[in-house]
Design a protein. Structure first.
Length: 512
């Protein structure tokens, strides 16, 4: 395989941090290389150097055997390296066409844009990828998944030799992910080389031919994907064996149904949602994107309104019309969008951790006791293993895993009786995932009920005592642990009557 990219002895330091430490690797033409490692391993810094965003302190980059130096991402794009960042760079008020060909629109002699040609080129380009998007539509009206796909198409439109994708499926549905993988394979067949950063190890085995592991800024190793297992990769990433990612349940779930929801409905969103939660139970909510799981959690917490329904806690009906009502009743809701809705990203770790529980640290006269606050925050940082040089550090400067642990610590300050956790490990590395799972186990051990909303079926199966499945705003199934399987969950999630599928399956087994 012809070599298209080589990085030699790349090193990059920031104040107090050696982010990339003497890393070398090569990439063949048409090769898909998965780049994995925990948050803070140096993956993003390395690819930002390759994409011209950062300059290395040492080392060099060779493209098709020739040394290249980039002063900006435009230099990298011009030479054939395009990067799709985890944070989208689209302009919501501009059309699909204007975003794809930003700064590259067809123009006349005097610099005037040929709008007809622009939209024609965009239609032809979208057709190549079988994408039915309106070129005239403003991007702000697209779903997050569509915007992510569009960001990738924007990078592809520059005809790159190397395409770098940073967590490209973090906002995609299962069908959108399948669509993305299908088109990545098309690009591979055209000879485009791809560096694919992901926390989802299952994706490594679906899409990549080689996998490269980084840890603490260093190159740990590169392997043919077919020669390694997920366990091998985890050990390389964290430097130790994680034999049981999901941990083991401790105390048995108590029989008491202390939290109940009856007939919760919101017109056009979800209908007649009824369920119970036992003390010490981890209850999963499964379903395809758009099933209404998140909306149910938000309604229980009082973020969104509901038309009908009742909520009971410890045998008493409670009224929750706003989040403050939920907090007073000991209900915590941890959003799937930690940056946009869960954390105050421009504020410190300390301010975030105490935000929902400030009343605990306020005197009768209304003054904050900062010594108590700082002692509480120090304990939380230690208890939740939050890696931060100081509690004055801004949340935005922490890794995704540490941000998620801050979100958990933040809500544990209210001493919740019920925890609703939406996508608990989205964008979180394997080591932080294991720690978060253990924390959820710890909460259950002391009798706290946990409601886990997740699109990750192995996560639900590994963590939950029961799973409720939703489809188009309704509950279509409920499974106890002994009955868990991905096939059964997906059958209910797709709205298929599992009983008939089960009978057919049994017949097939009998004949086999």
């Amino acid at each position: 395989m012809d070599e298209v990219l080589r990085a030699e002895n790349i090193t990059k330091s920031f104040p107090g941090v050696l982010a990339v430490d003497n890393v070398s690797f090569s990439l063949g033409k048409g090769e898909i290389l998965a780049l994995i490692g925990e948050n803070g391993a140096g993956k993003s810094t390395l690819t930002l150097i390759l994409g011209g965003v950062l300059k290395p302190d040492q080392g060099r980059i060779l493209l098709e055997g020739k040394p290249v130096m980039f002063s900006s991402p435009n230099d990298a794009i011009r030479d054939g390296i395009s990067m799709v960042f985890q944070e989208l760079s689209l302009v919501g008020s501009l059309s699909v066409a204007e975003n794809i060909f930003a700064n590259r629109q067809p123009v006349g002699r005097i610099g005037n844009i040929h709008w007809g040609d622009l939209y024609q080129q965009t239609s032809e380009f979208l057709n190549i990828f079988d994408l039915s998007l309106d070129p005239y539509k403003p991007v702000k009206y697209l779903s997050m998944g569509q915007q992510q796909i569009l960001e990738i198409l924007k990078a592809i439109s520059t005809n790159p030799k190397v395409l770098i994708l940073d967590e490209p499926t973090s906002s995609l549905t299962e069908s959108e992910t399948d669509y993305l993988f299908e088109n990545i394979r098309k690009l591979q067949q055209q000879g485009i080389s791809i560096i694919y950063i992901t926390h989802k190890l299952s994706e490594v085995f679906q899409i990549a031919s080689q996998v490269m592991v980084m840890r603490d800024g260093k190159y740990i190793g590169m392997q043919e994907v077919h020669q390694v297992s997920e366990t091998d990769l985890v050990a390389m990433m964290v430097g130790r064996q994680i034999t049981n990612l999901y941990g083991g349940s401790g105390k048995p779930v108590q029989k008491e149904k202390y939290f109940q929801v009856e007939g919760l409905s919101r017109k056009g969103i979800f209908q007649d949602i009824s369920f119970y939660l036992r003390r010490g139970e981890i209850l999963g909510f499964a379903g395809l994107v758009g099933a209404g799981r998140t909306q149910v959690g938000r309604a229980i917490f009082g973020i969104d309104p509901h038309d009908n329904g009742r909520v009971f806690l410890n045998g008493n009906e409670i009224s929750v019309s706003r989040p403050l009502d939920a907090i007073k009743n000991g209900i915590a809701y941890l959003t799937e969008d930690r940056k946009g809705q869960g954390l105050f990203v421009n504020m410190s770790v300390r301010d975030n951790i105490v935000a929902p529980s400030l009343r605990r640290f306020t005197s009768f006269e209304g003054f904050l006791n900062y010594r108590r606050i700082e002692n509480f925050v120090d304990d939380a940082i230690e208890q939740f293993s939050i890696a931060t040089p100081s509690f004055t550090k801004k949340i935005n400067n922490l890794s995704g895993g540490n941000q998620q642990k801050c979100l958990i610590a933040m809500w544990m300050g209210i001493n919740p009786q019920v925890i609703i956790f939406d996508e608990p490990t989205r964008g979180v590395d394997i080591g932080a995932r294991a720690e978060i799972y253990q924390k959820l186990r710890d909460f259950a051990m002391v009798g706290t009920g946990v409601i886990m909303v997740s699109s990750d079926l192995p996560e639900l199966i590994g963590m939950c005592d029961r799973i409720i499945i939703m489809h188009e705003g309704r509950i279509t199934g409920e499974l106890n642990r002994r009955d868990f399987s991905q096939e059964r969950i997906m059958g209910y999630a797709a709205g298929i009557e599992y009983e008939s599928a089960s009978k057919n399956s049994k017949k097939g087994t009998d004949h086999g």
